[in-house]
Design a protein around this ligand. Structure first.
Ligand SMILES: [Zn+2]
Length: 72
């Protein structure tokens, strides 16, 4: 498969300060470069992610339908 999702094969390493390929163990993931623990998003991206989720959610709780996108 050529199609790889950016966030699915890289996680954020605090030590490197960027997204790195990682090694998955049972409970944690570790940077393939330096061996530090990595996480799914950087703090900035994590906040951005949550902000976007909130903004996308309609206030009235009634989801607006996007034309045909979700029905396969
Ligand atoms: Zn690292």
């Amino acid at each position: 498969m050529d199609h790889t999702d950016f966030y699915s094969d890289k996680k954020f390493c605090d030590a490197c300060g960027t997204y790195r390929p990682y090694l998955q163990s049972l409970e944690h993931s570790y940077c393939a470069q330096c061996g530090s623990e990595v996480r799914l998003f950087s703090e900035a991206d994590w906040e951005h992610f949550h902000t976007e989720l909130k903004e996308r959610r309609p206030k009235g709780g009634r989801p607006r339908k996007e034309h045909g996108k979700e029905s396969a």
